[in-house]
Design a protein around this ligand. Structure first.
Ligand code: PLP
Length: 385
């Protein structure tokens, strides 16, 4: 098989999505399945819908177009504020978009009138993470204007936390979101269908035993794909954490000194070189292995390596590991577990093949919850060796 490659077990992803949909559904929270980490792959869209998500979402119009071209007809939301230059494409392919700027909503309104469609708008509110969002004091004024735009319907409000500054969702900020929703409804005598509380980082809050008030939707990507919550990167009980593995091939394996020699300047990526005192005091030799994968394919620091291997460094096309496993030779394949950042880049790299392991033909709803399976730490010798 070609390497590097991502092996994506769709059955495990479906098994991950279903209990989240069910547990949140018990609390009257709908789940929007976020596809951006997989570039809007229709394979993913299909299993998310099978698992019962109420709709799909992506941050890029290109990914939404990919799903539409594959005849995915579920409701799709653009969860990044649209670029002005893409208004027509947004109205044509997305049912709803998240917005913070009146100029953009006006342009969506024009495009919607031209296309004889209605476009839904969710206004994002800033709750402290300082990424996108209207400052709470300005929301009322913006709602008043949005309600006047032809062919635009105000579907609701939303917030995003824990992305830029790591601000955690808590009772304070979520109560503020609910209060804003109540106040908009009272002031304008309208009903907001969606109060979208956040992303995977909201799971702990949404599943905890307290009043959720108006929050009735979460947008989930990472938790479904990687089986962990992003605040502390803890595995979620009952979910697979190994649905996706990244496999790379060994191209060199040698015993080498631990310390470089010669005049030391910057590395290829401008990092400070290893100081000669920080590595081992005496210049030992160690088994050093190179995998044919690098910054152009993934986030090398975001890979969990098999037991016995430790990360030493990476450049554009090389990942260098210390290797206690004497049998690793050129042609050996190494399985690694990507974190979100490593996954995102590997999905985006044209050099990484994507291998979709399909859902078994009998699509069964999960019966007993799978136990968190161990990380795949083995490496497989190349069949030719
Ligand atoms: C990426 C994104 C999500 C999904 O985040 P996960 O942590 O992958 O669940 C939700 N909402 C917005 C606005 C996003 O940009």
């Amino acid at each position: 098989m070609t390497a590097p490659r991502l092996e994506i077990d769709l059955q495990k992803i479906q098994h991950n999505a279903a209990p989240l949909v069910e547990r949140l559904g018990d609390r009257q929270i709908s789940v929007t399945g976020v596809t951006k980490a997989m570039l809007g792959a229709p394979e993913l869209a299909y299993v998310l819908l099978q698992a019962g998500v109420s709709g799909l979402a992506d941050s890029r119009i290109e990914n939404i177009e990919t799903m539409r071209q594959a005849a995915v007809c579920a409701p799709i939301t653009l969860i990044r504020s649209p670029m002005l230059s893409q208004s027509e494409r947004v109205v044509l392919n997305a049912d709803v978009s998240f917005n913070t700027e009146l100029d953009v909503i006006r342009s969506l309104s024009v495009a919607a009138q031209q296309q004889n469609r209605t476009h839904g708008v969710v206004l994002m509110v800033e709750l402290g993470d300082l990424r996108e969002g209207i400052m709470p004091d300005d929301v009322e004024c913006i709602v008043r204007k949005v309600l006047r735009y032809p062919n635009i319907t105000l579907q609701g409000i939303g917030a995003n936390l824990a992305c830029r500054s790591g601000v955690s969702p808590d009772n304070n900020n979520m109560e503020q979101l609910s209060a804003i929703a109540n106040s908009i409804e009272a002031t304008f005598d309208i009903t907001l269908e969606i109060v979208s509380g956040g992303n995977s980082a909201n799971l702990n809050w949404a599943l905890a035993d307290h009043h959720l008030d108006r929050v009735d939707n979460l947008r989930l990507g990472e938790s479904i794909l990687l089986g962990c919550e992003p605040l502390h990167r803890q595995p979620i009980a009952g979910l697979y954490t190994d649905a996706i593995t990244l496999i790379a091939e060994v191209i060199e394996s040698k015993i080498k000194p631990t310390k470089p020699w010669g005049q030391i300047a910057q590395t290829a990526f401008g990092d400070a070189p290893q100081s000669s005192t920080s590595s081992s005091a005496n210049n030992l030799r160690r088994s050093q292995t190179i995998l044919a994968i690098g910054h152009q394919d993934t986030d090398p620091a975001g890979l969990r390596l098999p037991t016995g291997m430790t990360f030493l460094g990476a450049s554009s096309d090389h990942l260098i590991v210390e290797n206690a496993l004497a049998t690793v030779r050129p042609g050996s394949e190494i399985s690694m577990k990507p974190n979100y950042s490593a996954l995102l880049r590997a999905m985006t790299s044209p050099f990484v093949q994507k291998v979709w392991q399909p859902v078994e033909t009998v699509v069964h709803k999960y019966v007993s919850r799978p136990t968190t399976s161990p990380v795949r730490i083995d490496f497989q010798a190349h069949p030719g060796l």
